[in-house]
Design a protein around this ligand. Sequence first.
Ligand code: 5GP
Length: 193
Amino acid sequence: MKLLEDRIRKDGQAESSTVLKVGSFINHQVDSQFMDQLGRDFARHFKEEGITKVFTIESSGIAPAMMTAAHLKVPMVILKKQTSKILDGEVYQTRVMSFTKGTSYELTLFADYINKEDRILLIDDFLANGEAAMGASRLIEEAGATLAGIGILIEKSFQKGRKRLEEAGYKVYSQARVARLDKGLIEFVEEES
Ligand code: 5GP
């Protein structure tokens, strides 16, 4: 998606060969109108999937997920990152390794906010090794619902996330696909036209 690629070229900061910073418009300060445009694009892409809820993982996925849910006219659910297990039958939990922090957390969802008929669209800001998305998929499947699609703002295509998710059978749509990063360098995957 050219809109996001252009914005990353303008305002993204490649910190290293693995980490891209987008704090000025996605992760820290949020460009609300830009998020609305990204949300509309996700809603258009997944419009035939019969989506009943948009899920995201706190906190950076919330802004684009909210906009996507508004365009699809469905609720948005935030999966929480807890530091310890909640011993309570009302929740689904699974352990996830954080790419940026190098620590793990318990991805947590209250059972009330999902049911077997749900067709869920998962939205997240980055796809690296696919840990967060695979964790979300475990919770959704444990609840008996369907993960009908995964929408990512920025996929780092040189990491293994997309391959893992596709091998698990999920439909992945990334608005920007980064082929290579290095300090001060950002290259995108050339899309076939
Ligand atoms: P994964 O679970 O796919 O390994 O990593 C995805 C998660 O790690 C995203 O939810 C995002 O919060 C964080 N992340 C991964 N790579 C980057 C990056 O290059 N920059 C930023 N800001 N966050 C990242």
